[in-house]
Design a protein around this ligand. Structure first.
Ligand code: F2R
Ligand code: MG
Ligand code: MG
Ligand code: MG
Length: 345
């Protein structure tokens, strides 16, 4: 991959993340979304006439922004700085549709003056920690930052998640999302995507990540590998996969375990046509399909958009769709700055 197309992949990733959040947010929590209504929604947004107002982003992009800005300012992973940015961003804009419990952390961090940035997250859910997808939804900038160092990626991603998500499913889901972006960045979109190989590699990597739960007597010590294997079965069925089956098998909830594999599935499924999603553009197809599944639409579309954008690159993202998103320019700037930092490492 030459340097020009890698820069484009960085942009594609962050713009994809933003676009999925902005376009998916109006449907968050909806079920049984009509495919034809969604088709018209995308056609209007992509069409030649600007349909105001722009779509506002939510907590997904707000927290992604904090991570990007911290990495750019510090040129390293600085947990304390990230925590401070999360809190500042939240109190500036508390109505961005944050998870119900995560906001307790921001209050506690502010009250304890950031003495222990990792402390409050450990107290969530009576000490079991959050298994929500909030770590995964914001992880893209870190996946870009660690483009050339997989070991560093896994370690830093886990720590970034642990500022809010200390449940193993919460941070492992974050690692999985980051690994999916990482794989996409390293692939050449001019070659046909080997869907089976992409998912097999994810399973192999998650077998290392989930190793530490062996012998603990859990019902399933390898929940992400289990979900990814179910995902492979669905992918093999292609045209015969029904949305209800995807929703039931992979899930569309705010739990990382039932949304990160779903987002990866959307990207992999959408590299070929999908019934009732009328577009030749596989990036748009990914995002439109993710939203069509319902549930946590903004987050699943954002995660799928980041993976797809990292694979296809910025050039595939329709300009008109970008114009309909708040903060597109800002996200492009983050991508370019992260690219500069990464390329100079
Ligand atoms: N919160 C939402 N959407 C609903 C409200 C938005 C609505 N559109 C509006 O207009 O207001 N979306 C955002 O939240 C998700 C990310 O959540 P995050 O950051 O992981 O937060 P939290 O609070 O830690 O977890 C979310 C929920 O998961 C359940 N949960 C997590 N761990 C649990 C545990 N150990 N035991 C039991 N339940 C657990 C809880 O219900 C949490 O509230 C994204 O969708 C983002 O877009
Ligand atoms: Mg709604
Ligand atoms: Mg959101
Ligand atoms: Mg959401």
């Amino acid at each position: 991959i030459d340097s020009i197309s890698l820069a484009s992949k960085f942009r594609g990733c962050l713009v994809g993340c933003l676009l999925g959040d902005c376009l998916g947010a109006p449907y968050e929590g909806d079920y049984g979304i009509s495919k034809s209504v969604l088709q018209k929604y995308f056609e209007k947004l992509e069409g030649p006439y600007f349909k105001s107002p722009v779509k506002q982003y939510t907590d997904d992009a707000a927290m992604t922004k904090c991570l990007a800005e911290s990495l750019i300012a510090q040129e390293k992973f600085d947990a304390l700085d990230i925590a401070k940015r999360f809190v500042k961003e939240y109190f500036n804009n508390p109505r961005h549709g944050y998870g119900q419990q995560v906001v307790d952390i921001f209050h506690k961090l502010r009250a304890q003056k950031f003495e222990d940035p990792f402390g409050p997250a450990k107290e969530q859910f009576d000490g079991s920690g959050s298994y929500g997808n909030g770590g995964a939804m914001r992880v893209s900038p870190l996946a870009l930052f660690c483009y050339s160092n997989y070991e560093e990626l896994v370690n830093l991603v886990r720590r970034s998640a642990e500022l809010t998500h200390t449940h193993k499913q919460g941070y492992d889901g974050t690692i999985l999302q980051a690994i999916a972006v990482h794989q996409s960045l390293h692939l050449d979109p001019k070659e046909t995507l080997d869907v089976h190989n992409f998912s097999t590699q994810l399973i192999q990597k998650m077998s290392q990540i989930e190793k530490d739960c062996e012998g603990l007597g859990l019902d399933d010590p390898y929940p992400y590998q289990t979900q990814l294997k179910k995902m492979q079965v669905l992918l093999d069925k292609k045209e015969d996969t029904h949305d209800a089956e995807v929703e039931k098998t992979l899930g569309t909830s705010v739990a990382a375990l039932y949304s990160v594999p779903t987002a990866i599935f959307c990207f992999l499924r959408a590299c070929t046509p999908i019934p009732e999603i009328d577009t030749d553009n596989p990036f748009r197809r990914t995002v439109q399909y993710a939203i069509s599944l319902g549930g946590d639409t903004d987050t699943i579309a954002s995660m799928a958009g980041a993976i797809a954008g990292a694979y296809y690159g910025y050039g595939i993202v329709s300009e008109n769709l970008q114009k309909h998103c708040e903060a597109t320019e800002q996200f492009i700037e983050y991508a370019d700055k992260l690219y500069k930092i990464t390329a100079s490492k």
